[in-house]
Design a protein around this ligand. Structure first.
Ligand code: AMP
Ligand code: ZN
Length: 463
């Protein structure tokens, strides 16, 4: 079965074929560390996590690089506003980002390069571009990439450039929209507004433009030609278009085989973003009682190439779904499935795999898993309680969890407070003190556990 993925450059789904057999080189644009990431950013990072987990499941050896943008217009602006050294700001938000991705169970990258550690690689790329007559020194002493020198400029973002648009409109701002393509800054000459953020270069003091940062870090670590480059759709233009032009221009080689972009997370019909002040951070959601699994479910249940809306109102529904699969996993454990042997998988796994191999159709794959889980549970309560089914169910559930990470593993441990309450309640029941027994039951419920009295005694399951 082949894995198909939508390639923004080809504008169609393509069979994934790695450059080196069995290996995948993956670069994902990471956070700009001037503030907390919001869950719009995490939609993209969780999608990339799913892609990576699927590649790992298919047996590839994945080398993953996620950069940290620790110098750009936004980081500098914040450090000037707060009158703090750039590093002080960026260190804080790097550490916040690392704890956020760990909480969300995002598989850490093999490399997290910081742009400020790669300045000399950026300078040598810019030198190559000047040598290849694709970059020039502007009147302001900044270095610009000449977009008219790159034949395929605009292909990734599907721009139809007129001759006028290809002539010498210079821009120092890193972000601009696709209606205003222009020669963009590779190196920005030192300005007063940049405070003490500058490096020496052959063209005088200054700092890199945003786009050259990712070109230098990706090619330095993964080589000039690598397999997959990801980001959110807002990265297509200008960031990735410019990265592509300058990387091919400097290295004279193919750059990336598959460009993969995920759609935006929306709020009231608009992109979630800091500038619109319509965002939630993980801290906001933790305060509202969201679990990482519930957030992952909301962000992965829609296909990555469709816009989705995050909704606080959907918390109840997503919690219920997460509990259902966690309880199923717990049930299998109680049946001893984890101690059985064998790699068998149920038939439903093939359908599940087909969905994910079809451009990561997560909604299809989740629907198949839950449909299968429902009917399997029914069988367990009926006659067909055979070892084969139990072990196969366990294996499929583990595979599902290794890709989606929806199971609440920590909830398998009943903490000592609940254990003590259960002992107290048991005593109350032995003494036929039904009022006390019900009071303790309500107390346990407040901790998120439902107590059931069965022939074997008290059993508890999560709410
Ligand atoms: P930044 O920290 O701004 O550099 O963004 C990090 C990543 O988040 C980039 O890949 C962006 O494309 C992505 N991103 C930003 N806003 C959203 C959003 N509302 N939905 C999905 N991805 C987003
Ligand atoms: Zn980037």
């Amino acid at each position: 079965m082949e894995f198909f993925i939508y390639n923004t450059l080809a504008k169609k789904k393509e069979v994934f074929k790695p450059i080196k057999n069995g290996k995948v080189s993956l670069y994902t644009c990471g956070p700009t560390v001037y503030d907390f990431s919001h869950i719009g950013n995490f939609r993209t990072f969780i999608f990339e996590d799913l892609l990576k987990r699927w590649l790992l499941h298919l047996g590839y050896d994945v080398t993953h690089v996620m950069n940290i943008t620790d110098v750009d217009d936004k980081t500098i602006k914040k450090s000037i506003r707060l009158k703090l050294d750039l590093e002080k700001i960026t260190d804080k938000y790097i550490s916040e980002f690392m704890s956020d991705i760990s909480w969300l169970d995002i598989h850490p990258a093999d490399y997290f390069p910081k742009a400020t550690d790669y300045i000399s690689d950026m300078i040598s790329m810019i030198n190559n571009l000047i040598r290849n007559k694709m970059a020039y020194v502007g009147e302001d002493k900044s270095i610009y990439f000449d977009i008219s020198s790159f034949k395929n400029y605009g292909k990734l973002a599907n721009l139809k450039l007129t001759k006028d648009q290809k002539t010498n409109l210079k821009g120092l701002q890193d972000e601009y929209n696709s209606n205003s393509p222009r020669d963009f800054a590779l190196w920005k000459a030192r300005k007063k507004n940049d405070g003490n953020v500058f490096w020496d270069s052959p063209w005088g003091q200054g700092r890199p433009g945003w786009h050259i940062e990712c070109s230098a870090m990706s090619t330095k670590i993964l080589g000039n030609h690598f397999d997959i480059h990801c980001g959110g759709v807002d990265n297509i233009f200008p960031h990735h278009e410019n990265e592509l032009a300058q990387s091919v221009g400097a290295n004279g080689k193919n750059f990336v085989n598959y460009w993969v972009h995920s759609e935006h997370l929306m709020v009231d019909g608009e992109k979630m973003s800091k500038s619109k002040m319509n965002f939630f951070t993980l801290k906001d959601l933790k305060e509202k009682g969201f679990s990482p699994q519930s957030i992952r479910y909301q962000l992965l249940s829609g296909h990555y190439r469709t816009k989705i809306s995050f909704s606080l109102a959907k918390k109840h529904e997503s919690d219920k779904i997460i509990n259902r699969i966690t309880d199923f996993h717990l049930l299998l454990k109680k049946m001893g499935a984890d101690e059985m042997h064998g790699n068998e998988l149920p038939e439903a796994y093939e359908k599940f795999k087909k969905c994910l191999n079809n451009d990561l159709d997560t909604s299809g794959a989740i629907a198949i898993f839950f449909g299968w889980m429902k009917s399997t549970k029914r069988n367990f309560y009926g006659e067909k309680n055979e070892r084969y089914n139990i072990r196969a169910a366990w294996n499929f559930t583990c595979v599902f969890d290794s890709i989606f990470k929806f199971i609440k593993h920590d909830s398998f441990e009943i903490d000592s407070e609940i254990k003590a309450l259960l002992v107290k309640r048991d005593e109350a029941r032995k003494n036929k003190d039904w009022i006390q027994s019900d009071l303790i039951r309500d107390q346990i419920l407040k901790h998120g556990w439902i107590v059931q009295d069965t022939k074997k005694g008290q059993e508890i399951k999560r709410k």
